[in-house]
Design a protein around this ligand. Structure first.
Ligand code: FEC
Length: 311
């Protein structure tokens, strides 16, 4: 008999309409309302990428593609996808409630973020687990990270290749690949959080697979709080790389994210591009994973692995 499994796909969430921006931002700040200037600044950035983020649509498509793929490649489990978001409805708790109402007893959860940090992925996991405990009768196996899936590395290898073909052959040795992920406050290091190491390992694996000669790593999208955040910041790193080596081409791989959204479309495609071009170099940024089959396969393989461990 096929075993019915809840597939809890957890993701960041994004405003569905302009009116949601203020409450969404308040949720990100754990209930502290942002100032009018902060809201205006965020509205301006959404405006700059066309009004709203494509993230809502892409997250839904990723969850559906993953469930479909999982149900196609094996007969043992029947997966039912539930979307649970961190900062807007349907919230993670809503998704767990829906699984419970549908009589799901076993679920696997994964966050649409490749790397584990106590500050990011663990908070998704905690919210799902505590709702499950409150309701009773449902067990959730939570994937903590899946950056090491060969398909995920292969996705980025292909992505780099797709950028390289657009660069004249005699300029490829003047090309640098910049791997980035969302910065977090430096205080995470005190408790030995694995986040920076996992990102470093991802960059190394992709670089080794791709055979690229020049690459570097940097942090992006740091918050503007008083305490220090992980560095070097991507904008500083661009300046340093240019100063030291005079690169003609910068290929950006935001490996900490899995879809096109504000942080990529604004922070990379606008801020980084502007700086790179002001230096006289060219900006390249391959397609994000979105619903690329190699990427969805990598997620499917991580989920099946978790199911086998549970069995
Ligand atoms: O609408 C969109 O397309 C936005 C998507 C979005 C993603 C995302 C991913 C991550 N964040 C992470 C950490 C932080 C920390 C703070 C923080 C603040 C914001 C703000 C917006 C926002 N984040 Fe985000 N993040 C996205 C959007 N993020 C909007 C608030 C305004 C701003 O600073 O731009 C700082 C909170 C504070 O001020 O106290 C920390 C991490 C990820 C990647 C992992 C994941 O996806 O869970 C880590 C997508």
């Amino acid at each position: 008999v096929t075993k019915k499994i809840g597939l809890l796909v957890m993701a960041y969430g994004t405003p569905y309409q302009k009116e949601d921006i203020s409450s969404y931002y308040t949720a990100i700040r754990h209930g502290r309302k942002p100032s009018d200037e902060q809201i205006a600044d965020l509205e301006r950035r959404y405006e700059a990428i066309g009004g709203l983020s494509p993230l809502a649509k892409l997250t839904r498509q990723q969850a559906d593609a993953l469930a479909e793929r999982l149900n196609m490649i094996q007969p043992e489990y029947e997966f039912h996808a539930y979307l649970g978001l961190k900062y807007i409805h349907p919230f993670i708790e809503d998704a767990v409630q829906a699984m419970h109402d549908d009589g799901i007893e076993h679920a696997v959860s994964l966050a649409l973020a490749p790397h584990y940090s106590r500050f990011s992925v663990q908070s998704y996991i905690d919210r799902a687990q505590s709702k499950a405990e409150e309701l009773g009768g449902i067990s959730i196996t939570s994937l903590k990270s899946w950056f090491d899936q060969p398909g995920f590395i292969a996705f980025w290898q292909k992505a780099i290749q797709s950028s390289l073909v657009g660069i004249p052959e005699n300029e490829r040795d003047q090309t640098v690949v910049l791997f980035t992920a969302h910065s977090l406050p430096e205080k995470i290091l005190k408790n030995g959080d694995p986040y920076p190491d996992q990102i470093h390992e991802t960059a190394q694996r992709i670089a080794a697979k791709s055979g690229i000669e020049h690459y570097a790593q940097a942090w992006q999208s740091a918050g503007k709080t008083g305490d220090p955040w992980l560095g070097p910041d991507v904008l500083d790193q661009i300046r340093i790389l240019y100063q030291n080596s005079g690169y003609k081409h910068f290929i950006f791989c935001p490996i900490g994210f899995v879809s096109e959204h504000l942080e990529v479309l604004y922070d990379n495609d606008q801020e980084c591009r502007k700086l790179v071009e002001s230096l006289g170099a060219s900006y390249h940024r391959p397609q994000m994973p979105d619903t690329d089959p190699t990427f969805i396969d990598a997620l499917a393989s991580a989920v099946l692995h978790a199911c086998e461990e549970q069995a």
